[in-house]
Design a protein around this ligand. Structure first.
Ligand SMILES: Nc1ncnc2c1ncn2[C@@H]1O[C@H](COP(=O)(O)OP(=O)(O)O)[C@@H](O)[C@H]1O
Ligand SMILES: [Mg+2]
Length: 209
């Protein structure tokens, strides 16, 4: 199955979600490949750092431009193909949407991220007229851990106006451990931060019940 982590916004945690998904599957001994289709190479750099450790290996492939046939080929060889793309409207994002099964759209609970949803919906709508299998999910990321802040509820209310998206009830919070493990080639499920492990596992179980 092809799982695209995409949006037209940079810095909303796409690469972080992609590498943590890859680590989660690798830890469970699942057959996973990470496709880095962003010239900034965040995912590929993480895989390089991971190779210096004894953690379960994650295969990584870097491809740019029209990545449809690469993804289709990989889908025949791996159980999970995780795709990380750049944070703007790119050829990689649009072509990947044509063959993906899941599109996970991470967004911060800020108006700047939410403002990009209407245009993204148009792009998804076009993709779905070619790819009836594409299922879009909205995932709140980098949410404040302070429970007094009501941004998460406000963002979820806003997302409800876009019925194209299945809003995930799992929320990924802004936690330093996400940055720390990234620098070590690990995922949070390989850390000892129980809150982060719990929230990431809950997210994965919600997405892949
Ligand atoms: N849940 C999180 N908690 C803390 N820091 C995060 C989290 N998600 C992402 N970051 C940090 O925010 C920055 C942007 O995240 P990144 O995954 O690179 O976004 P994108 O790929 O969408 O541009 C990075 O420095 C990353 O380590
Ligand atoms: Mg990125």
């Amino acid at each position: 199955m092809i799982v695209l982590i995409g949006s037209q916004k940079g810095g909303c945690g796409k690469s972080t979600i992609a590498i943590n998904m890859a680590a989660y599957f690798a830890k469970k001994n699942e057959d996973v490949v990470l496709v880095d289709a962003d010239p900034q190479q965040s995912s590929a750099n993480w895989v390089n750092d991971r190779e210096q450790t004894s953690l379960p290996k994650v295969h990584c492939i870097q491809r740019y431009g029209d990545i449809k046939s690469t993804l289709t080929d990989l889908n025949a060889r791996y159980d999970y193909v995780i795709v990380d793309v750049a944070g703007h409207d790119s050829k990689e994002l649009r072509t990947a949407m044509l063959v993906s099964h899941y599109l996970v759209v991470p967004f911060r609970p800020s108006q700047f991220d939410l403002d990009t949803l209407p245009h993204l919906c148009e792009v998804i709508d076009q993709a779905q007229s070619f790819n009836g299998n594409l299922k879009p999910f909205g995932l709140l990321t980098l949410a404040p851990t302070n429970p007094a802040v009501s941004e998460v509820q406000q963002a979820n209310d806003y997302l409800a106006d876009f019925p194209l998206f299945t809003a995930l009830s799992s929320v990924i919070h802004d936690r330093k451990v996400y940055r720390d493990v990234t620098a070590e080639g690990k995922g949070v499920v390989e850390s000892n931060n129980l809150k982060a492990i719990d929230e990431f596992e809950n997210f994965m179980k919600e997405l892949f019940p």
